[in-house]
Design a binder for this molecule. Sequence first.
Ligand SMILES: [Zn+2]
Length: 287
Amino acid sequence: MRESIPHELEKTGELSQMKLNVLMRIIARLLGVLLIVCLIHAAVIAFPQTIFTNSVQSGAVSVYFDGDNEQAAAHIANEAEWRVRGSGYYDSTFSYKVFLIHNQFVYEYLSTILNLPGKAQGFALSLTGDAFISPSNVLALGNRTGRTPKFSIWEGDTVHTVAHELGHLIISRMLGRNRWKNLPHWKQEGLPEYVANIAAVKADSTQSLSRRYEILQDDGVWSRTAAGKQYGWDRIHYEAELLVEYLIEIRGLTMEEIASDGVTKADVLAEIAAWTKRQQNPLKGAF
Ligand SMILES: [Zn+2]
């Protein structure tokens, strides 16, 4: 018996080594599969145009879409391109790609692998210069909010959403990704909202800056947020656009100047409030 102990130990040792080898092989295969899955995800994100074969073009904007509604895609491409061109910040030498994804499964798959909320109306990837839009999510939001206020994210308008995401691509390209990423939220969202809206705002005489500032102040308008908050994300987004529009259109600042640290939200909020008052009472302070 005593002599058999080393032999048994040897056998046990061999068995353990075999188990370890099998385990290592399984891990190596799993890692291989994981690598392939990651590469497929990366390829889809880097070259989404390989799965969306239909496209229409307007200027430097290419709109890729699933389904067969080419007329709707062409309308969106033309209108969104008109909006961003009208902002004066559009670089027509660049190539902007927009993906209109009607298939909700595909949209949510892309959102998931990028760790973004699947119910968002759209998102832009500054690294690749692509924007992804879910027309179903845009429509659902518009139905929920009655498509008001105009020129807000509650508008539920695919043209607006596409122009907004193009705005993100334009701004991050103009300022550089790192600088854009470090901007405060109101500048990150206000600058693209300005790019998306200003041409349409100027073409609509009912939507003056002071009128929209009054809408911003109206708690009744904003009390419909999903969270029931009086000052939800949607209102902050609307406010951001008005602040940027005030700085560019009234104060004459450039986007570069707005991006500087010296321009603070508190200062601009105080200024726009005083400016709106003067618009309502132009004679006040004249004597
Ligand atoms: Zn945005």
